[in-house]
Design a protein around this ligand. Sequence first.
Ligand code: HPA
Length: 265
Amino acid sequence: MNALEILHQRLPQARPRVAVVLGSGWAELALKVKDPVHFSYADLPGFPLPSVQGHAGDLVWGRMGDHEIVLLNGRKHTYETGQPDGMKQSLRTLRDWGCEVLVQTNAAGSLQAHMPTGSLMVLTDHINFSQHSPLIGETGSERFVSMINAYDAELRKQALCIANSLGVTLHQGVYAWCVGPQFETPAEIRMLARLGADAVGMSTVPETIIARHIGMRVLAFSLLTNMAAGMSDEALSHSHTLAQAQAASEPACSLLERVITGMEL
Ligand code: HPA
């Protein structure tokens, strides 16, 4: 059986319309899901087994407000294999299951002094600095996918409105993707700042490209776990990212729960 058949067999009535990818610091969103049903990625053909500490590997179906949702707790990063298409099959499965919206979350470094560690940013756009594409090898004219409005303006407006009504500061900005796994050099960060980046991270962009190719609308959030290299005296490390992500996780997940609950599709 393929993954979709397995999901259909276990949950014949389920028709989730919103999928959420949980990055570092966002896993607690899974605790806010009502009537959750868990699947291990190991039982879903095509779903990746992540190898990074802080990333699990399971799918959670359930409800949030009036929405049926599905969470991907753990993603494959390009830096694990060199391949940017590690999430292609899983996202296609979710689209085939009925998901129209992909909500992405990540941890990122801030390039803006007015967005300190612990703040939240909704992505307005991205810079695919690596120029890797998960669509290499695709055929057909759909591969020439427009990346204008890659991050859905209407969904972003709804998110900003909800943050505003809760009194939560939600910054807006451009996310630059560097493959990693090494952090950037201070010179690279100065360059990215000049190019118009507000945040930098090692994920999200490939999944946005995959999602746009299969017609899903994308809404994405960064939890800023550090100032980018050279911008402060902070030492950069994965354990620092995880510790900061953990510290800022509660307000981030609470906001996201409200955004998803209030989402008008
Ligand atoms: N750079 C790249 N990825 C990151 C960072 C960073 O500074 N912080 C968290 N993820």
